[in-house]
Design a protein around this ligand. Structure first.
Ligand code: GDP
Ligand code: IMO
Ligand code: MG
Length: 424
């Protein structure tokens, strides 16, 4: 029996999970999403094509690979069907390479309205949600009111839908200033549900178990990042699912003993989109330079991402919480033109130093930095570790020493082929 390897983000999302999953997929038979929903935007670049996936696993462009949307995912049928149509426009029919869990929860049109109403009511203290209805859909899941993909097949599905919608309308009436109209989206929603029925809805925990028993290689693809985890992220400025490796077990229905490698992805610096503490944020020209060099604009919402230096306090926490077995450093090339590169190794608050990621996500802390000489060289064409500039190798060695974890891949560009893969 094989194990499930995991790829997940160690920061606040957008680390480059889509690219890495696409790069690693040739070594796998099955790729699964285990949490989150269309709040995710995973970009893939190959040749002249570029694509942003929201719900479909990033193995979809590799022939012969099965892709599974697990029970831990929340699905908006409209967004999923749009995505499927776009994928099929540039590849082939994917009916036989995508399976959807019957236990995955549905995002209703009114979940989106509730998300928007709640954010508007929060004013300045808003989460900065992607407004895809993620929070309200997970609330209905844990509140035991949700509709699941398997319910679509029930004769009374529409009645169940109406019951939940009425509950939502009652909740929306608590926001008197918020006006909305769900009718247009609702039409699209039912049309998308009808189209979605061409895909198999399955008890995917059994499907995955049977793959593992046959010795198939299974990869789990995280969405968002560790610091957006509902329990261990910078609460309340988080998403509503467990983004940690622990979420793989509950989000796919596999036992903890079946988790294999945990590949943790991080950018060579940090970004965050939405509100919440970000200790190493640079709200100056250097931050703007990072944003421009890294094209740091959201793949789902287009919002400018907040940028800052690498934060080792947060990264070490993420390595610990996920049991990371190997690291993958993304967007190293973005730092090519920075004469000095900084890394936070501790936080200072009220004169006290700490290296432990705090409960409040480090609101108001002062980061303590170690400075590195920049490499000031274009590395995008380099494919062997030995050829990298010494200053970058020093940077990688420092991260490895601090995290006690090997950096297996150094990514040097958005394309599928722009990687330096190292053996131990
Ligand atoms: P995800 O949500 O973790 O899949 O990441 P996103 O797709 O939201 O954001 C990552 C962005 O960085 C995408 O535009 C990628 O194409 C791009 N990217 C990934 N790896 C690299 C890299 O090594 N260098 C550069 N310059 N861009 C990269
Ligand atoms: P990928 O998978 C970056 C952020 C939002 C907001 C908070 C809550 O592409 O890395 P939500 O819509 O979940 O209610 O938003 O989480 N967020 C992400 N940030 N990448 C993502 O996904 C994100 N998904 C949600 O910006 O701050
Ligand atoms: Mg993204």
């Amino acid at each position: 029996m094989t194990k499930v390897d995991v790829v997940l983000g160690l920061q606040w999302g957008d680390e480059g999970k889509g690219k890495v999953v696409d790069v690693l997929t040739p070594g796998y038979d099955v790729v699964c999403r285990f949490q989150g929903g269309p709040n995710a935007g995973h970009s893939l670049h190959f040749g002249q094509e570029s694509f942003v996936l929201h719900t479909v696993p990033s193995g979809i462009f590799r022939p012969g690979v099965m892709n599974i949307i697990g029970n831990g995912v929340v699905i908006d049928p409209v967004i999923l069907m749009d995505e499927i149509r776009q994928i099929e426009a540039i590849s082939s029919d994917i009916t036989s390479s995508l399976i959807i869990s019957k236990r995955a929860q549905l995002i209703l049109p009114t979940h989106r309205m509730l998300d928007a109403a709640s954010e508007a009511a929060k004013g300045k203290s808003k989460i900065g949600s992607t407004l895809k209805g993620i929070g309200p859909a997970y609330m209905d899941k844990t509140g035991r009111n949700g509709l699941r993909v398997g319910d679509i097949l029930a004769p009374d599905f529409e009645q169940k839908y109406q019951t939940l919608k009425q509950k939502h309308l009652g909740m929306l009436s608590l926001y008197p200033g918020f006006s909305f109209d769900v009718s247009e989206y609702e039409q699209k929603w039912f049309a998308a549900i009808a189209e979605l029925r061409r895909f198999p809805f399955k008890d995917t925990e059994f499907v995955i178990d049977s793959y593992l028993r046959k010795g198939a290689r299974v990869l789990a693809e995280g969405a968002q990042g560790t610091l957006l985890d509902i329990d261990f992220g910078s609460y309340p400025f988080v998403t509503s699912s467990n983004t940690l490796a622990a979420g793989v077990c509950s989000g796919l229905g596999i036992a903890p003993t079946r988790v294999g490698k945990v590949c943790g992805i991080f950018k060579a610096y940090c970004t965050r989109v939405g509100s919440g503490p970000f200790p190493t944020e640079l709200e100056d020209a250097t931050g703007e330079k990072l944003r421009q060099a890294g094209h740091e604009f959201g793949a789902t919402t287009g919002r400018p991402r907040r940028c800052g230096w690498l934060d080792l306090v947060a990264l070490k926490y993420a390595v610990m919480m996920n049991g990371v077995t190997e690291l993958i450093m993304m967007k190293s090339d973005v730092l090519d033109d920075f004469p000095v590169v900084k890394v936070a190794t501790a936080y200072r608050r009220d004169g006290v130093l700490t290296t432990e990621y705090p409960f409040d996500g480090g609101e108001g802390v002062e980061p303590v930095y170690t400075e590195f000489k920049g490499w000031m060289q274009d590395i995008t064409g380099i494919r062997s570790y030995d050829e990298l500039p010494q200053a970058l190798k020093d940077y990688v060695s420092f991260i490895e020493k601090e995290t006690s974890c090997h950096v297996r891949i150094v990514s040097v560009g958005p394309d599928r082929d722009a990687n330096i893969i190292r053996e131990k």
